[in-house]
Design a protein around this ligand. Sequence first.
Ligand code: ACO
Length: 402
Amino acid sequence: VIDIRKLYGQAGVFTYDPGFTSTASCDSTITYIDGEKGELLHRGYPIDQLAEKSHFLEVCYLLLYGELPTAAQLEDFEERVTRHTMLHEQMMYLFRGYRRDAHPMAIMVGVVGALSAFYHDSTDISDPWQREVASIRMIAKMPTIAAMAFKYTLGQPFVYPRNDLDYASNFMRMCFAVPAEDYEVNPILSRAMDRIFTLHADHEQNASTSTVRLASSSGANPFACIAAGIACLWGPAHGGANQACLEMLREIGSVERIPEYIARAKDKDDDFRLMGFGHRVYKNFDPRAKVMKQSADEVLELLGIEDNPTLQVAKALEKAALEDDYFVEKKLFPNVDFYSGIILEAMGFPTSMFTPIFAVSRTIGWISQWKEMISDPQLKIGRPRQLYHGETLRDYVDIENR
Ligand code: ACO
């Protein structure tokens, strides 16, 4: 704590906390994390129970409205979500404006931001009905946008949503079906996809959620705020870690090279970090990683690719890091992204789709936190202070005298 009266001549105390390691930016009733115990609760329910017994849309309802739905409430909610899965047909031109080799995240940032240009009837945040419609639209349209971004980069025709399918199956079909060919989603793969969505649904004030909250504190419309969250998620220290992790596993290539990479991760003169290891809050095993690890085993067994070299490297790396003093002392455990990448690769997604899938999942967290924030009568614009240590007052110097 620094007394800024000396610096600024103002009254009051000034906390300097780079990276917000010990500063709460808001109060919330949505998600609780105990990083020491490795516990994650949504509205009080443990994530492992939700991953095992619930499914993504039910968890969306829970996060958004605070309670588990009755059967009738769930049916109504699912009906409302599926009614909004289509995109305005004119939005197709937006996709076509991108280069074919664009990263799907780049497309998603743009297309989600552009939703506010197409759905004017849900941008007035002072109207509770418009807020509700915006929330449902975001949950419904994100899988369509991510799948279309994927299809576009493949050069394949877009596949329209099928509203008789569940959320995860519909998404997988939009990604993998080719028009004129039958496509059946394997229920085990669809369940694994639903788990990925569920496990990534919310994680309290992570960087992208804090970005959404900061953007929305100015009263910006929800689509613009979610676009800001997607941009933040893209970074390799956050949602981009799943792509970076799989690329690292491929680069390691064989179990024999693991010691070399562990040594690099420990070397303070080398910027390299083991991607998929460590977490700002968890100083114990990430509870999502436990479920994801089990899911990865199931998927690989189903697809008959237990011998996948990437998985072998992943398993050996996990073991080596968990036995290494550096990782043990610093409490650097594999995080959720370590295992989700393996599942997604086994399903046939390229690494560039890993973070877009994370964005589809996290949309409900962003929307729930946004809704909670703008409903707060004490809402204030987010306006962090700074610790200035630049030049003090000085006179302008004419160019000929510099
Ligand atoms: N490999 C090697 N060393 C690491 C790693 C790692 N993955 N992560 C942290 N460390 C070391 C740091 O070098 C630092 O060492 P020091 O104390 O000797 O300086 C110490 O552990 C603490 O690291 P910080 O960067 O201060 O921890 P922070 O909480 O700021 O960072 C983060 C957390 C960003 C997740 C970090 O662990 C990391 O970069 N991990 C790899 C990227 C990753 O997997 N991100 C996904 C996060 S989960 C998610 O978004 C769903």
